[in-house]
Design a protein around this ligand. Sequence first.
Ligand code: F6R
Length: 241
Amino acid sequence: MRVLVTPDYQTLSQTAAELVARAMRAKPGLVLGLPTGSTPLGMYGNLVRMHRDLHLDFSRAQTFNLDEYVGLAPDHPTSYHAYMRRHFFDHVNIAVENIHMPNGTLGIDVDAETKSYEQAIEDAGGIDLLIVGIGANGHIAFNEPGSSFASRTRVVNLEPETIANARQHFSSEAGVPRTAITVGIRTILDARRIVLLASGALKADAVERASRGPVSEAMPASALQLHPNVIAILDEAARRF
Ligand code: F6R
């Protein structure tokens, strides 16, 4: 895993957006894997600006989000669907039919949903460039510690720590999701190129273990060491080595 340390979150965000923009220009039909959370917000902001000011063209790009909470319909304000519309999709010229996100609506056939999600990735020709954040516990997408490296898209139980982090975005305790649909570790490793983004001191320990520690299912992000084309873009605070 190559590691690029940038001085601050702003530079991290700009660097990540430029990397995506370069890949988009090289292949207009790029297939992207996309995360949510606080870390990629700056990257999305920069991509929106590049679309507006530099005509960065998303019209042929396809996107696959990495995860979604179970129990939240796509129009729920704290769903990842809503996050993506608010921070990215509504501000660029991406074609609605090229946007793919797991559907976590209660009552849907989750088995069919997870299978068709994997199938859609395959039909798109696989993910060219996958951007991923990291949890302080080492999760990537919602593959919590203990997830099999052979895992694919499925429903998972979130760790108490992950639920606690999500709580701030929900108005009632009862509404806080405890399960999610996530792409698997194998799905992530199948991407041709992976960019890991990490910002802040709270991530430093996980980043160090992911990039230099033993490769183990106890530390999901360590699976990235098995991939030949990964770059971790950090800010100074997220670096411990
Ligand atoms: C979100 C996701 C999660 C986050 C991780 C870090 O789609 O897959 O794995 O990337 O929890 O979240 P932030 O960026 O909020 O620290």
